[in-house]
Design a protein around this ligand. Structure first.
Ligand SMILES: [Cu+2]
Length: 152
């Protein structure tokens, strides 16, 4: 009897330890992102949809004018697009693909944020059947200095 109990305890321990090792992959935590946009902007809504489809938890902030938001977050005119977002302290300007946002959150570079300036055709939220611009996603720092972070 004692022997059986011992065997059960040992088996239980082995299973517990084994499952901790082979384990269950941790489920990635959903990332919260705040998107500042004008209420009538259609491509902004399409980008928000793209973010949600990629697992982001999006909060939208509709405002009539975004110039103060862009100024506050250091988005210089040459980098500007239709919407500005903030995620984990980083600024995301324009139609940046969700996988590039995720890459940046993983790499945690020492930058202010990343931008897809203008409205590149074929970027998420700017899909036009049969058309696709080549475009760069630029990293920018406080002084507005940019470098290419990703190409699409
Ligand atoms: Cu747009």
């Amino acid at each position: 009897m004692l022997r059986n109990t011992l065997a059960l305890v040992v088996a239980g321990t082995v299973i517990t330890v084994a499952s901790a090792f082979i384990g269950v992959k941790p489920v990635p935590k959903p990332v919260a992102i705040k998107v500042y946009k004008t209420p009538e902007c259609g491509c902004c809504k399409a980008w928000v949809k793209h973010l949600r489809a990629n697992g982001f938890v999006v909060e939208t902030m509709d405002m009539p004018d975004l110039s103060l938001v862009k100024q506050k977050y250091g988005v210089k005119p040459a980098l500007q697009s239709c919407h500005t977002a903030v995620v984990n302290g980083y600024v995301i300007e324009g139609h940046v693909p969700a996988d590039v946002v995720t890459q940046m959150l993983r790499e945690k570079p020492a930058i202010v944020g990343i931008a897809a300036p203008g409205m590149p055709v074929g970027s998420p939220g700017m899909e036009v059947p049969g058309y696709k611009d080549a475009y760069n996603i630029l990293a920018f720092d406080k002084a507005g200095k940019t470098s290419v972070y990703a190409r699409r």
